[in-house]
Design a protein around this ligand. Structure first.
Ligand SMILES: [Zn+2]
Ligand SMILES: [Zn+2]
Length: 393
């Protein structure tokens, strides 16, 4: 049977798996039910399956001949969002929702794995199917520490993200940086509190914070080439207890995002410049400060060779060639950790359809994606794996 026919025969199953995950969302590292379902499905698809963490699952398809190992990755976690859709398979877990499409990622990879496990005679090498917990909290690094890239050693990695900002069937792919690196900061500006009627006896941290917020915006446009996208955005400011009291401190939280490698010698490091500006302004205002980074991760940087393999397969699959487009986003993604270790391609599969109301942004309480994208994702996984492991590359 041709690949397309095989996928067609499993299309109901594909949607049903996705809907089951959608109805039973679980937060990062709590994906117990999801992991159980994945484990059972892979077992019945006749492949070696193991748990790499409490909820992380790895399936291994060994080809008829020895060769390289390709990792295909799907993330499993839902978000702490109260679902506001009217879908018949709406979340049954209050305050939890698959609002990023990870339910679809798991369904696509499961069905692709089932089909690929019956094609061992066409595979030289191995396919590692990685179902990763807790993407939203950057868990990939933990999986690498647990050996997800070892035994057998992974030679290349590929991942798909459904994307409602793209039309159903569009494929967004390009080499180089495709998703932003990010530093999540918490900056505390410390002054000296007092009465707003005697500001001369205080050091006002609010005035200092205001100067900092304004000044750091110049980094993006005056210090870094604007063709190297950089964003410094404050998401939370907290200070004070009453209108006539100058507070002791202001806490500012936000993100610094960059679509390039921070080690890139041609580009100023926005995090270093951020701290230098904070330091100078605080000194000018007689205030002090502390900066903590909750976490940081690099940009997802795609390998040109892997992108070519995926793009060539996309060309064969997508009828309208203009549907294959370059696409980058300033959102972060922990796939960056794999991409740092092995040649990788991370790309976007359009699932937005205004008529079906699947054009809400990711993480929105009304988020949904067009399920017509699912069989395309399955076919892309299968084609990419067969192409990479055919021995021709
Ligand atoms: Zn997300
Ligand atoms: Zn996501």
């Amino acid at each position: 049977m041709q690949i397309k026919e095989q996928i067609r025969s499993l299309e109901d199953e594909l949607r049903q798996i996705r809907r089951d995950f959608h109805q039973n969302p679980e937060l990062g590292c709590e994906e117990y039910r999801t992991a159980e379902k994945i484990y059972e499905y892979l077992k019945t698809s006749e492949m070696a399956v193991k748990r790499i963490t409490e909820t992380g699952i790895v399936g291994l398809i060994e080809g008829q001949a020895k060769g390289r190992t390709l990792m295909l990755r799907a993330d499993m976690d839902a978000l702490p969002v109260e679902e506001m859709t009217a879908l018949p398979y709406k979340s049954r877990n209050p305050g939890k929702m698959h609002a990023c499409g990870h339910d679809g990622h798991c369904a696509m990879l499961l069905v692709a794995g089932k089909i690929l496990s019956k094609m061992r005679d066409r595979i030289q090498g191995n396919i590692k199917l990685v179902f990763q917990p807790n993407e939203e909290n950057m868990f990939a690094k933990h999986l690498i520490d647990k050996g997800v890239l070892d035994t057998p050693k992974v030679d290349a990695a590929v991942g798909i993200h459904l994307m409602t900002a793209l039309q159903t069937g569009q494929i967004g792919i390009q080499a180089g940086p495709v998703m932003a690196g990010m530093h999540v900061f918490k900056l505390t500006v410390c002054g000296r509190g007092g009465h707003t009627g005697f500001p001369q006896d205080s050091i006002d941290p609010i005035l200092t914070a205001a100067a900092i917020i304004q000044a750091v915006q110049s980094i993006q446009t005056r210090e870094i080439n604007v063709l190297k996208p950089t964003l410094i955005v404050f998401g939370r400011i907290s200070a004070g207890t009453m209108s006539n009291i100058i507070p002791e401190k202001v806490v500012l939280e936000g993100t610094i995002r960059y679509l390039y490698d921070l080690d890139d010698a041609d580009t100023a490091n926005p995090c270093e410049r951020f701290e230098q500006i904070v330091n100078s302004i605080c000194r000018a205002h007689r205030a002090s400060y502390e900066i903590e980074y909750a976490y940081h991760h690099p940009a997802v940087i795609n390998d040109s060779g892997m992108v070519k393999i995926v793009s060539d397969e996309a060309q064969k699959l997508v009828k309208e060639k203009e549907h294959i487009i370059p696409y980058v986003t300033m959102i972060g993604e922990d796939f960056c950790e794999y991409a740092k270790k092995v040649p990788s391609a991370f790309y976007f599969l359009g699932a937005g359809n205004k008529k079906k109301q699947t054009d809400y942004p990711h993480h929105h309480p009304r988020f949904d994606f067009d399920e017509d994208a699912l069989p395309i994702g399955v076919e892309m996984h299968i084609r990419t794996a067969l192409s990479y492991l055919s021995g021709q590359h």
